[in-house]
Each structure stands twice: as structure tokens, then as C-alpha cells.
Write a protein that binds this ligand. Sequence first.
Ligand SMILES: [Zn+2]
Length: 285
Amino acid sequence: CRIRPWIEAKGIQRLLFLSDCRENGVEPIVCQGTPFVSEPEGQLIEMALALGKERAVRRAQSGAKQGLEDRVRLKGLPPTMKAPYGYQWKDSMLVPNQNYDNACLLWEMALKWFKIRHIGKELYRMGIASPKGKSTWQPSSIITILNNPAYAGRIAVLRYERVEPKQRRKDTYGKTTARMKPKKDWQYLENLVEEPIITWEQYMAVQERLELNRKYASRNAKRNYLLRGLIECQLCHRHYYGVKRTDQKPAYVCSNAWAQVYGKKCQAKSISCHVIEEEVKSKIR
Ligand SMILES: [Zn+2]
């Protein structure tokens, strides 16, 4: 039988596969790639191949991390070149650009505890384009801005670490997934931002509030919306997703009808979760 992903495996993976085979009394036959060699010399060769690959992977990983750290610590250069909304890089400093006043406005509203959607609505009303140049502001792009400590004069670096992925799609191994480190482990570069918009205390206050929002949102998303993303709106062809209606009953709504508080809105009606789920279940049986 063919088990290509395993046959294409390299290094330790290959070694593990081989020992699994031997333990279960199966002799693998290789059609492509490096053939398995029989013992005892073979085991030594397999071992050597595995260790070589393993070391190469580890060297590449630690090299990348070291390089970034050198860039930050020794050269004083920004670890990422993407400037936050309202700023641009100039002589390795973040300096205000044409959107600086808009960014100030956004922060002013955030510090008055406007809701995220409300901030988006106001920016839209004032004709201020989103960072991506759209006329409407996605809540996520506002949250990205509010999460960025650069507005308080501190540039966060090395926020991500490499970890083992939960699921592998290819025959890779090692730490191929990036995960955001907890905020307490972030490191900051100071004195690289010209004219920060807010103070560190204000930044921390907004963070606290965003954290509360996150907790509140996840508590309210408990119900399992089985048909989420499976219903297509007949008016605008977007997907329906699950929400709790204002009467607290769960329902599916067109993604362009519910959350959209301004701009062009779809007129499609919501569908009660209970009604449609029963309907679908009866069709399946
Ligand atoms: Zn629709």
C-alpha cells in the first residue's frame, strides 16, 4: 500500500516510522527517495540522516530568532517594517504622516469609551478611509490599532514565538507555527516614536477594556450554531451566521444585514435557529 506522506518524511519522522514498522513486523519498501537500509549498519545510517536533518532544522530556527534580536538590539532597527496607522518610518523613527490626525481622533473616541462599532460609524460619517483604503471600518482594524502600544510610544518586539503546530498539513516538522506570547513577555523598544498619541496609562486602560469585551464576547458565543456559514443569502449571496437576536433568541442572519450599522445594508430577514435546525434535521432523517 502507498503511504506517501510517511515515505516522504525525513529525519526523526522517518526514523520513528521505520521503528513503528519493525515493531509491528512490517517491512517497508521504498519506491522513491532514500532506500531504507537493513540493520545493523542501516540503523546507524538512518540515525545519522535523522540527526543531520534535525540539526539543520534547529539551526535555521535559532538563526532566524538570533537575527531578529541582533537587528533590534545591536542595530536598533525596527523588527517589522509595517508602520501603524497614522505613522511612517523615517530614519528608523516612526513619524506622523497624513493620517496622524485621524489616528488621534480614533484614540480620542476610544478614551471616551465609545463602542468599537460606534467609532467605525463616526469615522465613516467623517469620510475617513480605513487603513486599507475602504470607506467602512472593520471592527478588527480598529481593534488592531487600539492594541498597538506604539501609539503610547513603545514598539513591541518579539511578540511571537515558534511552537509545534497542532496539526500538520505537510511533511514538515519542528516548530512551524507562530503563537503570540502573553503580553507580560513582550519586549518594548522606547524612544522610536515621534509624538505618541496617548500615555502608557491610557494605553493600559484601553487594553483592560478590550480584555473585558473579549471575555464578554466569548461568554455570549456559547451556543453551537450548526448551520453557521452554510446558509446563503438569496438577496446578496453572503453567508448567514449565528447571533442572539435582540429578543435573546438565537437566529441566523445575513452577514451584511445584521452587524452592518451604516453603509449599504442587506434587507434579508433573520431565521430562527430552532425552526431551521428542526427543518434540516427532518430532511436528513
Ligand atoms: Zn443578504
